[in-house]
Design a protein around this ligand. Structure first.
Ligand code: C5J
Length: 221
């Protein structure tokens, strides 16, 4: 039995069934001038997890384990953008508008791409998703089935939105999910804390929570 030290109890895993999923580490969320900032957020908080997320990514690369990156973005004609999503809130720029890094959250634009520090390398899977959850309107379920993955290590942003939504989607589909707490962040520290508390509550009702070091120690032991 192989174990990762985690809360609320140790996470049992099989090397042949585990993958890393890095959620939405895109310039639009993490760099000044992107969607996150147009919503009035301070992006420096999100940038603080880049070094630990890079360590996790590099650990998975060294071990030769599968890696999936997601990007929240829409088709250039915005046919996959519901009015309800476009019109929500009061950002200075809406999805599809021209910003300093190209059209906000539009596929193929510089802002929608993954930050250079965590850029995918050859053979890593990249999923473009129009929703907050990575299972909605994407090929992710079929890809995971094809490569035999039943357990997912989560990193990325933001903890309580796209990370938690995707963890819940995966949990409902029978995946074991574990979140690297120092490789995820929110624009709102109190929301990150609450999301982590919710995930691990009631005997891991959504999943487990651990740290990058504990996850890598467990995988390498
Ligand atoms: C948000 C995300 N927060 N990636 N997206 O709109 O969490």
């Amino acid at each position: 039995m192989r174990l990762i030290t985690a809360q609320p109890f140790d996470f049992e895993f099989k090397t042949s069934e585990i993958a890393l999923i890095v959620i939405d580490m895109q310039r639009d969320f993490v760099e000044p001038g992107g969607f996150g900032e147009t919503l009035g957020n301070d992006v420096s908080l999100l940038r603080s997890i880049i070094p630990k997320t890079k360590e996790l990514l590099e650990g998975f690369r060294e071990l030769g384990l599968p890696i999936i990156h997601t990007r929240e973005c829409h088709k250039p004609d915005l046919s996959d953008l519901p009015d309800a999503k476009r019109d929500r809130g009061n950002p200075s720029l809406r999805i599809g508008d021209e910003g300093p890094m190209g059209r906000i959250l539009v596929s193929g634009e510089p802002g929608a791409d993954i930050i250079p520090e965590l850029y995918p390398i050859e053979n890593e899977i990249v999923i473009d998703k129009p929703g907050k959850g990575a299972f909605y309107q994407t090929d992710l379920p079929q890809i995971l089935t094809k490569i035999g993955i039943r357990q997912l290590v989560f990193a990325g942003v933001t903890t309580e939105v796209c990370v938690q939504t995707t963890m819940r989607e995966a949990n409902d589909r029978g995946f074991d999910c574990i979140l690297a707490k120092d490789a995820t962040e929110s624009y709102f520290p109190e929301f990150k804390k609450s999301a982590i508390d919710m995930i691990k509550a009631q005997g891991a009702i959504v999943g487990w929570v651990s740290s990058v070091d504990e996850i890598l120690d467990g995988l390498k032991s």
